[in-house]
Design a protein around this ligand. Structure first.
Ligand code: NZQ
Ligand code: ZN
Length: 394
């Protein structure tokens, strides 16, 4: 039976070739007068998108200043830098150019500037909730995290190695400028990690024991099949614009909560387990998810059997086996085959890390602390469950 829900997805999506030229107009429509542009390493400069966006701001008479150098698994120190610049420059609008790391940094700076009397990290430690946030928008250059339409923001405290998420509708971006053409410069590993992340945002909402709707399932299954099909196309033909467009749109729909309407809020334990890996080993988020999911799935499937059977048949298109367990396991194996087919890892060794028993204990303790308590819908995981999943993933 479907649960009741609130669906709130206020982000305007501006999609297609050349849309970055409208950025200034949309900022003006939202009252932005002094913009902090937040971006990562060199990709935004190299592709020319940074200059094109700046030109569009200047055409509207919008003042701007910059904060570059955001790294993947973005750091708290960079957020503090942004807050300092934002205060000095009287910034009233945050514009990220890039992916989840730039957008999440912009969201964190926006929280920090709106409530300068508090340390922004408290939000990520969940010791308080935000009351205000400056407006945020993005020019997306990688389809992956879905931060362009999500309420989430994930920051790593480099001093403690903690990678923590804070979710709040206050930070839902005002608009997202999405030109798939700009994702063509991504290395294949990043493209495919992005595809895994997009799929996982839908799968984390799919494997639940609470509430389902046929329409939501159909959207989720269609999205997963579409991403798998186009990920394979991009693996051999990275310049395929149409495939890039399918993946980019899927990335936003996968994480704006659409594929969770009617359920109990989802599971998200693969994400929680992966965030600890990101904090300790600085792995690429999507690849980390591919490496942990098979171990999680084999650990929990018996307690969420109807969903794993449906997934095997509707998404992985396996022929049902003699028993439900057989069908479910075939579905998990088929997903591993798919990950391999796009160059993604299916365990920690393939991911390039070999955590010791002590490190696994630390990862699991970090994960349970981030969750607050035993968490998960497919199966609620305790500390010992988490340790077992990490161990089985080695
Ligand atoms: O720094 P630059 O030079 O821009 O290079 C980036 C970076 O190295 C590169 N890149 C981006 N666009 C490119 C490009 N390279 C060539 N051409 C382009 N067009 O890609 C690398 C990865 O960028 P990043 O922003 O880190 O990727 P992604 O979008 O996957 O974001 C990952 C972060 O988002 C978090 C993850 O945990 C991770 O920290 N997440 C955020 C969520 C949210 N806010 O809702 C949800 C997700 O589950 C996720 O946890
Ligand atoms: Zn993710």
């Amino acid at each position: 039976m479907a649960y009741g829900f609130e669906y709130y997805s206020p982000t305007k999506v501006v999609f297609g070739k050349g849309v970055e030229e409208k950025t200034g107009r949309y900022i003006q429509a939202h009252g932005g007068k002094k913009v902090l542009i937040v971006y990562g390493g060199k990709s935004a400069q190299r592709s020319g998108i940074l200059d094109r966006v700046k030109a569009s701001l200047e055409a509207e008479g919008i003042q701007h200043t910059e904060l570059g150098g955001v790294v993947p698994n973005p750091r708290l120190d960079k957020v503090y830098d942004g807050i300092r610049i934002g205060q000095a420059e009287h910034i009233d609008f945050l514009l990220a150019i890039g992916g989840g790391s730039a957008i999440d940094t912009a969201k964190a700076i926006a929280y920090g500037l709106a409530e300068p009397e508090h340390d922004v990290w408290e939000l990520y430690e969940h010791t308080r909730t935000a009351q205000k946030c400056l407006p945020v928008a993005s020019v997306l250059t990688i389809a992956a995290a879905g931060s362009e339409t999500s309420k989430g923001s994930v920051i790593t405290n480099e001093k403690t190695g903690q990678k923590r998420a804070y979710d709040d509708n206050l930070a839902r971006p005002k608009f997202a400028i999405m030109n798939p053409k700009y994702t063509e410069t991504l290395p294949d590993y990043q493209t495919q990690s992005g595809c895994v992340d997009i799929m996982m945002h839908t799968m984390e909402r799919y494997f639940t024991n609470g509430g389902n709707m046929e329409l939501t399932d159909a959207i989720a299954e269609g999205l997963l099949r579409t991403v798998m099909h186009n990920a394979k196309i991009l693996h051999r033909d990275p310049g395929n614009y149409d495939a890039r467009a399918e993946i980019m749109w899927a990335g936003s729909l996968a994480h704006n909560d659409l594929t969770g309407c009617g359920n109990d809020g989802g599971d998200f334990m693969s994400h929680k387990l992966e965030h600890e890996l990101g904090g300790m080993f600085d792995v690429t988020h999507g690849a980390g998810l591919a490496a942990i999911w098979p171990s999680w799935a084999r650990y929990v499937y018996q307690e969420c059997m109807p969903r794993f059977v449906r997934f095997a048949i509707q998404v992985m298109q396996v022929t049902p086996g003699a028993t439900d367990a057989e069908t479910a396991l075939q579905g998990i194996s088929a997903m591993e085959d798919f990950y391999h087919s796009i160059g993604m890892p299916i365990n920690l060794k393939e991911l390039g890390i070999q955590p010791t028993d002590e490190q696994i204990a630390e990862l699991a303790e970090g994960c349970i602390a981030a969750c607050g308590s035993k968490t998960g819908s497919a199966k609620a995981l305790s500390l010992s469950d988490m340790i077992a999943i990490y161990q089985n993933a080695r």
